[in-house]
Design a protein around this ligand. Structure first.
Ligand SMILES: Nc1ncnc2c1ncn2[C@@H]1O[C@H](COP(=O)(O)OP(=O)(O)OP(=O)(O)O)[C@@H](O)[C@H]1O
Length: 603
């Protein structure tokens, strides 16, 4: 029965059509893994349901065999019997709870894992389409689905046999009240079904408003420093209040209906109890049943109604879980990137070719690139320049394989980059983006995690080359320093140097850096440039920058014009035109910067 009630996404088969994401069937697979545990819990619930009737039978015996017949020894036997059964019931209940907990863990583990993998395995464009808070809410949805499958709803369904057992026992010990119980069971079942529909209909609106409130709250939390520095709290608080009030109004309305339904059920149960006692009392006076039968039937009648009433109060959780499962199914079905191939190709030389490359962000939008043909490297320092919004980052993302060209091809060496997975490409083309996120925890742990397979000596050498070693050494705990979430405790420039060190460690054929000197001081920029010139002797280095110093030292300059074209030339040709200076002065020409040696361990 649980299968019929559960969100259909959970019990659906994994889609088999070609092109479906490998995570599309994750919900169904997770449920299949958990199902044997749920089934065991369901079977284990039958004896629990039977034991649930024992107190009523005990009461019946006490009235009919102990009180009226002064049967003290019978009382002892009864007490011993019921205590034994209660111990067994306790054991059975603990076992059922453990089975349901394990089933919940199986669902949570599989679906959360699939969600995380599918998020990290999808194209960058798809990731850009959703804010971080939307992803965070998907992970919350997993908890909601798990709670329904293994929480109160499941227990209410498992307890349904108790209703049947209770009816049978009432039929035996208190037949005259049976019609009343059956009639009420029908009324409560009808109300449970009707309320379920009502609750479901209104919940969608409430859930959507709740999610938009959560998204906004999360965005405000992320922007807290900006809001503080700009003293922009009043309009933000106003905007948050409006969203909050809209959610609260909807939630109050819906919760009001649900509370009315719950209160109505409580009153109905009391009326029912009064009716059972009245009918029972008449039956006892007519000698159609015993006093024990009357007392026991009252208890049994409540036992019969409890699971049905429990179902009614769990509709809300079911409605939330259905919504959550639908959202999870949709996001898990979205396409992901290709998986790594099984052929281990030799690392290509760092020669990049773009042939007739065009790119636009959305269909029909103005193209950012149109028919671009470029030959870059192997080796050398290649600098991309252009005004803000011209398309420089877009160009490097196309080269890194992070964006797929709308038309044309990008290749590294002899290989078309589109044939490779991210894991494969990242070994050959390393891309350091403008925004660097640094994970919290001890610095050395984060470095080791981000550079698997690298020795501490190599990590140290890369940090030295990136100019990070000096500031790390000055910290009281050096490489063991605990860094806060997102790199709190490090300056933006320090984070950039650390990320640069990680890029060096990958030993890629092509090293791409998007505005690497942005947050660096004068001396750090000079050191960075010396390092890039040194690295460019062994690899292809592509840098997006506005720094005249770096552009002047370039092997080739690429000017992204902003109208879909890229012009190419030497620094000597391009610098006077682009920067309005008389001539480019490369650092190698009589500059005071010492040549930087690239350690052999990371060369
Ligand atoms: N995710 C996106 N979705 C839609 N349009 C985008 C997206 N990212 C960038 N754009 C648009 O594409 C154009 C090129 O952006 P890009 O980031 O490549 O510029 P840029 O030259 O690197 O700029 P900057 O110097 O400011 O970093 C811009 O007009 C920008 O508005």
């Amino acid at each position: 029965m649980l299968k019929f009630l559960l969100p259909k996404q959970l019990v659906a088969q994994a889609p088999t059509e070609p092109g479906a994401s490998m995570y599309a069937g994750a919900l169904g697979e997770a449920f299949s893994a958990a199902y044997p545990l749920i089934r065991s819990a369901a079977w284990g619930s039958i004896p629990i349901s039977l034991f649930g009737l024992l107190p009523s039978i005990f009461l019946l015996q006490v009235y009919d065999r102990v009180i009226y017949r002064s049967g003290t020894s019978t009382l002892y036997v009864l007490v011993c019997g019921i205590l034994t059964f209660l111990v067994i019931e306790f054991w059975l209940r603990t076992r059922r709870s453990r089975l349901l907990r394990d089933a919940g863990a199986a669902i949570d583990h599989r679906v959360s894992g699939a969600l995380l993998e599918s998020m990290l395995h999808r194209p960058l464009r798809a990731l850009e389409a959703r804010p971080a808070s939307a992803w965070f809410l998907f992970f919350r949805d997993v908890g909601s689905v798990r709670g329904t499958v293994t929480g109160g709803l499941a227990t209410s369904i498992f307890d349904l046999p108790m209703a049947i057992f209770a009816l049978v026992v009432i039929g035996v010990v208190a037949l005259p009240v049976l019609p009343v119980v059956v009639a009420f069971l029908c009324i409560i079942s009808f109300l449970a079904w009707w309320w379920a529909d009502e609750v479901r209909a209104g919940r969608v609106e409430e859930i959507q408003r709740g999610r938009s409130l959560e998204r906004m709250t999360s965005e405000i939390c992320q922007a807290r420093e900006t809001l503080k520095t700009q003293a922009n709290d009043a309009p933000t608080i106003q905007m948050w209040r409006e969203t909050y009030n809209a959610w609260l109004a909807e939630s109050f309305r819906k919760n009001g209906e649900i509370e009315t339904a719950r209160d109505g059920t409580t009153v109905l149960l009391t009326i029912f109890s009064v009716l059972v006692i009245t009918v029972g009392a008449i039956a006892v006076m007519q000698q159609w049943m015993t006093v024990g039968g009357l007392v026991a039937s009252n208890m049994l009648a409540i036992k019969a109604l409890q699971p049905v009433a429990g179902l009614a109060s769990n509709w809300r959780a079911l409605a939330t879980a259905s919504e959550a499962a639908a959202r999870l199914e949709k996001v898990l079905s979205e396409p992901i990137e290709k998986s790594p191939g099984d052929v281990d190709l030799p690392q290509p030389q760092g020669r990049i070719q773009l042939r007739d490359v065009a790119f636009s962000f959305t269909e029909g939008a103005r193209p950012v690139m149109e028919k671009i043909n470029l030959d870059i490297g192997p080796g050398g320092l290649h600098v991309i320049v252009g005004r803000n919004g011209a398309g420089k980052s877009t160009l490097v993302k196309l080269i890194a394989g992070l964006y797929a060209p709308t038309r044309g091809t990008v290749s590294i060496g002899e290989y078309d980059v589109s044939q490779f997975s991210r894991e494969e490409l990242v070994r050959w083309i390393s891309y350091l983006s403008q925004e660097v996120y640094w994970f919290g925890g001890p610095l050395v742990e984060t470095l080791r995690r981000a550079a698997p397979g690298q020795t501490d000596d190599q990590i140290l050498a890369a940090c030295r080359l990136a100019g990070a070693h000096d500031f790390i050494s000055r910290m009281p705990n050096g490489y063991r320093t605990e860094i806060g979430e997102g790199g709190t405790g490090l300056s933006v420039g320090e984070r950039r140097k650390l990320a640069l060190a990680l890029s060096f460690l990958r030993k890629p054929s092509v090293l791409m850096l998007d505005e690497p000197s942005n947050d660096l001081d004068f001396q750090s920029e000079r050191t960075l440039l010396a390092t890039l010139i040194a690295v460019a002797r062994v690899r292809t280095v592509i840098v997006v920058t506005h720094s005249l110093r770096i552009v002047s030292s370039a092997t080739q300059v690429y000017h992204v014009t902003g109208d879909g074209d890229v012009l190419q030339g030497s620094a000597a040709d391009m610098v006077p035109r682009l920067f309005g200076v008389k001539k480019a002065v490369p650092v190698a020409a009589g500059d005071d910067m010492a040549a930087v040696p690239v350690p052999s361990s990371i060369a």
